[in-house]
Every structure is written in C-alpha cells, then in structure tokens.
Design a protein around this ligand. Sequence first.
Ligand SMILES: [Ca+2]
Ligand SMILES: [Ca+2]
Ligand SMILES: [Ca+2]
Length: 459
Amino acid sequence: MKIKLLLPFLLICKISFSQMTISEGFTIQELIQDQFIGNPNFPAFNFTSTSAQDYGTISSIGYFYANGTDIAFDEGLVLSTGNVLNVPGENTTNLMDGTTGWIGDDDLETFTATTDTYNATSIEFDFIATVPMISLDFILASEEYGFYECNFGDTFAFLLTDSSTGVTTNIALVPGTTTPISILNVRGGDNSNCNAVNEDYFHRYNYTVADANIPSIPAEDSPINFNGETTVFMLVEDLVIGHTYHLKIVTADHLDAAFDSALFIRNSSFGAFPTIINEPENIIINDEDDDGTETFDLTMFEDQMLGDTIDTTVYSFDFTYHLSLADAKSGVNAIANPEAYTNTADLQEIHVRMQNSYTGTGITTSFRITIDAELLSTPDFQSDDFIIYPNPVVDKLTIDTSKVAFETIQVFNMNGQLIQTKTETTNGFVTIDFSNLESGVYFLNINTSKGKVYKRVVK
Ligand SMILES: [Ca+2]
Ligand SMILES: [Ca+2]
Ligand SMILES: [Ca+2]
C-alpha cells in the first residue's frame, strides 16, 4: 500500500519542480526596480508599461522562474506578444494569443524601420546616469523560428533616449555591428527558403531538427513553448554622467498577431557596467631576507581602479584576484587572502576581476608582482640607456634621459606604494628629491614610448 501511495507523489514532484512558472504578482515598479535592476539605490523612476491587459483580459508581462529547467536565466522578466501564462514549455502547441485589436507600437516601427506591428508589449522608465556605462542581459525567443524565420520579423527594441539631447537609439544590436537583433537577422537556418544569419548568436531550435549540424532539442524537453531562441545578449552602452535617460523595452508581432515571440530578461541584470578608471600597477617588493618569497597586498589598487567618479554609496563592486585569466573571467578559484599573498615565483601575473555586486557582471585586468625589479623590464630595452646617479643616493637622485625620451618616472617604496611621479625633464635630466625619504630600497618605474624599465635605488 505504501508503494502505491508513493508513486503518484513522486510524479507530482517531477511535474511541479521541472517546469518553468510565471508570476503575475508584481507591480511594474517592482518588476523594474526590484527585479530588473535589483539595486534599490539605483536612481530610476517613472515606471510605466503597455501590455495585453490594456486591451483585454490576458496579460503579456510577467516574471518567470526557471525552476531548474534548461533556459539561460534562473529567473527574470518576460515580455510576450501573447498570453504570458502560456510561455512555459513543452513546445508542443503553436502560441498565437491576442487579436489585432491589441495594437502595435509606433516607436518600435520608427526605430526598426518596420510596419504592421501588433500585440505590442513594453516597459519604460527614466534613470539618471551616475556611472559611465550600463549593461543588461536578455534572450529573444519566438514561434516564428523555423517555418517563418525568412519573412516574419517579430520585432523588438531597447530604445535608449538621452533626455538632455533628445536623441534615441536602439541599443539591441548584433555585437560589433549596427544590425538590429531580430528573427530575420539572427536565425539558425532550419528553413529551405533562407540561410542562417549570425547563427553564432542563435542558441537552438526547441524541436528536433533533421540536420544534426543545427542545434536543437526535442519539443517535449523544451522549457518554453517557443520554436527557437537566441544565445544570451549582453547590451553595454556608454552614458554621459549627469544626463537623464529614458529606456523603453518593446516587442511586438509582425504582419499578424499570430506565432508569438518573447523577451526573457535576466533579473538584477540592469546596472553599472564595471569600468576600471585607472589600471593597477605592478608591485615590486625587495626580498630582504633573500628567501625567494615576500607578502604582497594585491588589493592596494582598488581605490585607484574605481577612480573618484563612482558613488560607492549607490554602486557596489567586488574585486577578486586569480592566478589565471580563465579563472578571473569565470570568477572562480579566487585567491583566499589577497591582502597578504605570498608569491610562488619570482614573477607572477595576477588577474583581477571587478564585478558589479548586484548584477554579477564582471571585467578583468592584470598586473604583475615580483621580488626582482629587473624581471619587469621590457627585454629588448637597454636598461643602461638610463644613467642613474648616485646610487646609493643621499639627497638628490639624477636620471640622465638624454638617450631615450620617457613619459613618466614613478618612484615606489619597498611596500609597492607610489611615492612620486615625474613627467618633465630639465635639459634631459630628471632630479628626484630623496632627502625626506627613509633609508631603504626604492624602485623606479620608467615608462617610455618603447617600453618600461625598472631600476632599483638604495638610500
Ligand atoms: Ca510552440
Ligand atoms: Ca500574438
Ligand atoms: Ca508573430
């Protein structure tokens, strides 16, 4: 008897935990500020929307939970050109919700050079640019993929208006091009009447395609009821700090109201794209006890990287330090104690990941740490092109730069802290005042148009 009772229970669990679910329980402000942006301090306001609800009883804007199904994001906003409750898979019916009485969108038609749109769904808000760049992540999915991908360009746009200049641009472009992302411009090629276009950005068909070279999954395995979907697009856009911007995200059916499409937008994806204002320096520490190791504070350039334009009471960035670029890019295997890292070689490359704490979006850069300053010098450079005297130095150090023009000379102490920067010469000579500096080892970082030279100076 117990076994018989258990089986239906397991069956229910499988269904309820392996299917995408849709919530309609958020206001537009909650959807945008709390879910799409995620950062409660981000300066956004004037939240509005247009959707199926304005024309009838169905809704076309919602919030999805992947519940472990195979889709790009765990959760986020979904904007559909049909009934949002019909978005979850399997992909075994043709979605064609909405009548032509639910109209299209004039802005969308203007900025994508399209006519005859229907079933428009949009969200809009204003925000103040207090960072130099923003980014967001989304995918496009559509029933038009496959049978109708040659002609029916169900369309969408991310229209960003600089309210200070009145200029509007569609920022949803195929990366590195001026081509708007659309079903006609990003498609997989499962149609004998037209070729694949930008197929690197087409993720898969959500039904079995005969050609094994074209990515597809069986319809009954699809987490969404759309015939195809793109890869994740990350849109990154420059802003003018201080300007107010208006963002309108809009999608619509094209030519008729049938074969719906949808935008899936990652939660907490809209925010400041990390920007390194000043690159980190290399760190040189003298190996005083000559045991081959020293302790480095890898975090010493974080303020320098952030610069002084980012308001850290509004935005939050995390820095992590990695021994490989691959680890830094994926944000894995971070160095456990970066404030006190002991080197494992004379010269090591340290990869930094700077990540927006809310969006998780990160960028990388690198610097080098060493206990032997000469290892940092550009190999093909004659370091004796620079004559430095006297060394050891007492009060004034003179550098003869008459053979090679330099750009900057930086003086670092043993702990890697920048003491002075020189950018000008007098008749080819640079003089650095050491009279107020403590006795010890100092490093000169000489930047020239040909490369870098590192010199050690003792006081
Ligand atoms: Ca379908
Ligand atoms: Ca529709
Ligand atoms: Ca359509």
